[in-house]
Design a protein around this ligand. Structure first.
Ligand code: NCD
Length: 302
């Protein structure tokens, strides 16, 4: 990972396990009054966000600071990107200021890979288009393992706009490496058949009841309207057929957990009742985002 962290697809099981174990070491720190360690004192992390973000950007910043590093965040609005500078020029300019890593989110799939090929600095992918969002899959796996003894043999339903979801792709790659039975579900145009070829153990259903039946883990996804040209998205119909509510949640295993990477559209893909219920681990996912990103930054910067 000397080149940073670009995607989950390229990682082996031992590397993933090491990051998840290290994240577990950092979890108790979040409850302490004094939260800072000095493992990365004097190092500099730049967060460069070309797309909107709340959770990912803030938690990368907090993670860097909790490790004792300096962190600065910039977004494309308010930077010279809005004056027409190319991506490579923007990032070359930043790397001339000698940060130790750049965390980047970009709307183009492959943008961090492109930069990693051209620049000597480690790049951490914080979400590239509809391709991958590796730290999200790691924090999701950490959250599942906080609730289950192992990933092996679990049945995980990923429901919603799979086509445009980098969260789904990273999760599919990660979970498949651990022998998880992965069921993708959503309206046919948003769940193309080719996705079954992405990794072993992936199946597709267009019926949410079938996806939920006897499942251990439910991951709900937001409809990525910003990545579609849809002007008249049938929100009411979508929610009737693919929304998670108390009555269809009852089809899952009695101890099934409900996940969502956020931001949620309450009343569309998930009801408020379910989102706020004891089955929901959505805020644990957010909390684990810090521990997991600490593990990733430590690995990349050391
Ligand atoms: C996701 C993203 O940006 O890919 N959000 C996140 O990082 N937690 C999911 C989304 O935007 O729907």
């Amino acid at each position: 990972m000397n080149k940073g962290l670009l995607d989950i697809e390229a990682l082996g099981r031992p590397e993933i396990e090491a990051l998840l174990d290290r994240a577990r070491d950092f979890q108790p720190l979040q409850q302490r009054k004094e939260k800072r360690l000095d493992l990365l004192g004097g190092r500099l992390v730049v967060n460069l966000f070309f797309e909107a973000s709340t959770r990912t950007r803030i938690s990368f910043e907090i993670a860097a600071k909790r490790l004792g590093a300096d962190a600065i965040s910039i977004s494309s609005q308010g930077s010279s990107v809005s004056k027409g500078e190319t991506l490579l020029d923007t990032v070359s300019t930043l790397s001339a200021m000698r940060p130790d890593a750049i965390v980047m989110r970009h709307a183009a799939s492959g943008a961090p890979h492109f930069l990693a090929r051209h620049l000597p600095i480690p790049i951490i992918n914080a979400g590239d288009g509809q391709h991958e969002h590796p730290t999200q899959a790691l924090l999701d796996a950490r959250t599942i393992l906080d609730n289950r003894s192992s990933l092996e043999g679990l049945r995980v339903a990923i429901i919603g706009d799979i086509l445009h979801s980098r969260v789904a792709r990273s999760n599919i790659h990660l979970l498949a490496k651990f022998g998880v039975d992965i069921v993708l579900c959503g309206p046919a145009p948003l769940v193309p058949q080719e996705l079954t070829g992405l990794a072993p153990g992936v199946s597709i259903t267009y019926d949410i009841r079938e996806a939920l039946r006897e499942t251990d883990i439910i991951m709900m996804l937001r409809v990525q309207l910003e990545r579609q040209n849809e002007t008249n998205f049938p929100a009411g119909e979508y929610s009737r057929f693919y929304g998670l509510r108390a009555e269809n949640l009852a089809l899952a295993k009695p101890d099934a957990i409900v996940m969502h990477p956020g931001p949620m559209n309450r009343g569309r893909e998930i009801s408020t009742e379910v989102a706020d219920s004891s089955r929901s681990v959505i805020l644990s996912q957010v909390e684990n985002g810090i521990a997991v990103r600490m593990a990733v930054l430590e690995k990349v910067l050391q």
